[in-house]
Design a protein around this ligand. Structure first.
Ligand SMILES: C[C@@H](O)[C@H](NC(=O)OP(=O)(O)OC[C@H]1O[C@@H](n2cnc3c(N)ncnc32)[C@H](O)[C@@H]1O)C(=O)O
Ligand SMILES: Nc1ncnc2c1ncn2[C@@H]1O[C@H](COP(=O)(O)OP(=O)(O)OP(=O)(O)O)[C@@H](O)[C@H]1O
Ligand SMILES: [Fe+2]
Length: 564
């Protein structure tokens, strides 16, 4: 047997890995041949007769289909072993990798059982793979990119991740349903069979754009409002092609915007796409255009690696096995809620630390022009000019609407915050037509370049003040805070800038989201982020009129999964 020992250090002895997938609809098995990088995938999809995926029916499908795709894959492995001149008495595989989660519990259990049986039969190690990490790792593997930002657009999920300090961090994610499930819900409403995504794509080609709610909050996003509005449009008699077009334009522009924000925040210039919805050509086109315009590289894996498939499980399984990251049978229970940020990334140990975020505008040696995630900011003496340039990946009507709305809101809320005692730049001029605002220049540097507990505390106080005044910032990241001595008195002040995603709201959920976005950006920029977050929360608690309700809600938001 040539497998690396469990918890061993791996010695490159992994020649061939069998992967098994079956989290929801795809009963799939694959063989990954390490030397030639060849991936052979055998899949048998479950197709519901009506409605969406029924967990029980899906599990019945898995129990029939998994054993047969696995046997086919084992045959393939035997052929490969024979072709390589290996001893026929040796195991043709060196490890068995399986989708451990997330997914439907009844389906995962069948996959787990099958994987354990094969591992025992060939006496090889078992590798438990996180399905979502596999969706992004296959893109990294195929592209050869070093440190990409990853957009996973799948049925049950939608999130943007980047590797940092041994984990994939979730930079942004859906606040409600996965992107594919959202599209599928709409198509069920109009009576189309599952899966709906490809039907939305083909109908959208014939449709005219209609406006639907566009919801991005910081780096997170929500689909529920869009889906209700889309169903309503359809019920009101808008041609279904038009609704499909509006859906694609809106939903995919949101995913593209958040991906661009993630690239900007992390200072990286590589993006990989993953997940079944990634097969959509309009989504691919938007991402390609966005990346081209910011000089980033995009990798879109072949369709067979985008939709659920065991190939991605086998490829990541081989890397994990080579790193000794294997499971004892008694520890191999499935995990239906397995989050990607829970996975210790053992197979990237020893890699150089990725480049950190690009440096921010600085009084001494900073660039005169800043390309933010959304706008270009030009420093001109004691003021700055912020202009939201058109984003050509967006439909022109949507693009114009967003740029105008955000410009108007930014100017209004920047001034309103100031009236409530929060340091913000003075607004000197606003032109919604060209989406341009002229601001007073404030601070010496962005907070991400000058973090301290005192400054984090000031952000906590400022957020409490605007929340008590009835609005949120919407995107209070460390790059949307300016710090440093300012004015003639030379005292250190902490300014909030970039209110373009703010809005009036008294809901504690929205207030808690501001704190959550800030905490996330601390986690993305600083190693001692917990200490800084505590400082911000303590200050918020002391300053806010109703700290308990908001901080309780913050704990609940975190408990929904983002952290630990
Ligand atoms: C946990 C796991 O079971 C789950 N898998 C999953 O959702 O299957 P996946 O193959 O990644 O994605 C399926 C989704 O992808 C959508 N889809 C497929 N082709 C599409 C297309 N051309 N345009 C838009 N959506 C498409 C389908 O409608 C469906 O919602 C996941 O990864 O979230
Ligand atoms: N009033 C100001 N005074 C000094 N610097 C500023 C000011 N406004 C913006 N900047 C600088 O320009 C950068 C980008 O500004 P801003 O965040 O408003 O643009 P953006 O495109 O919305 O960026 P993002 O979406 O990445 O937050 C800021 O991080 C800051 O360094
Ligand atoms: Fe998937």
């Amino acid at each position: 047997m040539a497998a690396s020992p469990p918890n061993g250090d791996g010695d490159g002895a992994i020649r061939r890995v069998l992967g098994i997938e079956g989290t929801a609809w795809a009963a799939s098995a694959a063989v990954y041949e390490v030397a030639s990088d060849e991936v052979t995938i055998e899949s048998d999809p479950y197709q519901p007769d009506s409605g969406g995926i029924h967990p029980r029916e899906a599990a019945e499908h898995m129990s029939e289909a998994v054993p047969s795709v696995v046997e086919t894959a084992i045959e393939t492995a035997r052929e490969r072993a024979a072709a390589a001149g290996e001893d026929p008495n040796d195991s043709p595989i060196d490890a068995v990798a399986f989708s451990r989660g997330p997914g439907l519990g009844p389906c995962l259990r069948i996959v787990g059982t099958a994987a354990r049986a094969v591992a025992q039969r060939f006496d090889v190690p078992l590798v438990g793979v996180n399905h979502m990490v596999a969706h992004l790792e296959i893109g990294r593997h195929r592209s050869g990119f070093e440190a990409p930002v990853c957009l996973n657009a799948s049925g049950a999920n939608a999130h943007v991740l980047a590797f940092r300090n041994g984990r994939y961090r979730v930079l942004g994610e859906t606040m409600d349903t996965g992107v594919g499930n959202a599209l599928d819900k709409f198509t069920r409403h109009v009576g189309w069979s599952h899966p709906g995504g490809p039907k939305v794509e083909s109908h959208a080609l014939e449709g005219e754009y209609v406006d639907l709610p566009y919801v991005v909050k910081g780096m997170d996003f929500s689909f529920s409002g869009i889906m209700s509005a889309a169903k309503q449009e359809y019920d009101d008699g808008t041609p279904v092609e038009d609704v499909c077009r509006g859906l694609e334009e809106t939903v995919f522009a949101m995913l593209t915007e958040v991906s661009e924000r993630a690239l900007s925040l992390t200072g990286r210039d590589e993006l990989v796409l993953g997940g079944g919805v990634g097969q959509n050509e309009r989504l691919q086109g938007m991402l390609r255009e966005m990346c081209e315009q910011r000089g980033a590289d995009l990798h879109v894996p072949e369709n067979r690696f985008l939709r659920d498939n065991a190939g991605m499980i086998a490829v990541l399984g081989a890397k994990m096995a080579a790193a000794g990251d294997t499971l004892a049978v008694e520890d191999s229970a499935i995990d239906a809620d397995f989050r990607p940020d829970e996975v210790p990334v053992t197979w990237r140990a020893g890699e150089p630390v990725a480049a950190s975020a690009g440096s921010s505008a600085d009084d001494t040696d900073g660039p005169a022009e800043q390309q933010g995630a959304e706008a270009t900011v030009t420093v001109e003496g004691d003021h700055v000019v912020k202009r939201r340039h058109p984003r050509s990946y967006r439909h022109p009507a949507l693009d114009e609407r967003l740029r105008r709305e955000r410009t108007r809101i930014e100017a209004r809320l920047t001034s309103e915050a100031r009236r409530h005692g929060v340091p913000t730049p003075l607004v000197r001029d606003v032109d919604t037509e060209s989406a341009t605002i002229v601001f007073q220049r404030v601070g010496e540097r962005d907070l991400d370049d000058g973090l301290s507990a005192e400054r984090a505390a000031a952000v906590g106080r400022h957020l409490a003040a605007i929340h008590d005044a009835g609005f949120v910032h919407g995107d209070p990241t460390t790059r949307n805070v300016r710090v440093g001595a300012s004015g003639t008195d030379g005292t250190d002040r902490v300014f909030l800038i970039d209110f373009g995603l703010g809005y009036h709201t008294g809901h504690e959920e929205d207030h808690a989201m501001d704190l959550h976005v800030f905490a996330q950006s601390l986690a993305g920029t600083a190693d001692d982020h917990e200490r800084l977050q505590t400082a911000a929360e303590d200050a918020y608690r002391a300053a806010s009129e109703r700290p308990d309700a908001v901080l309780d809600r913050l704990r609940e938001i975190e408990g929904r999964g983002r952290y630990q």
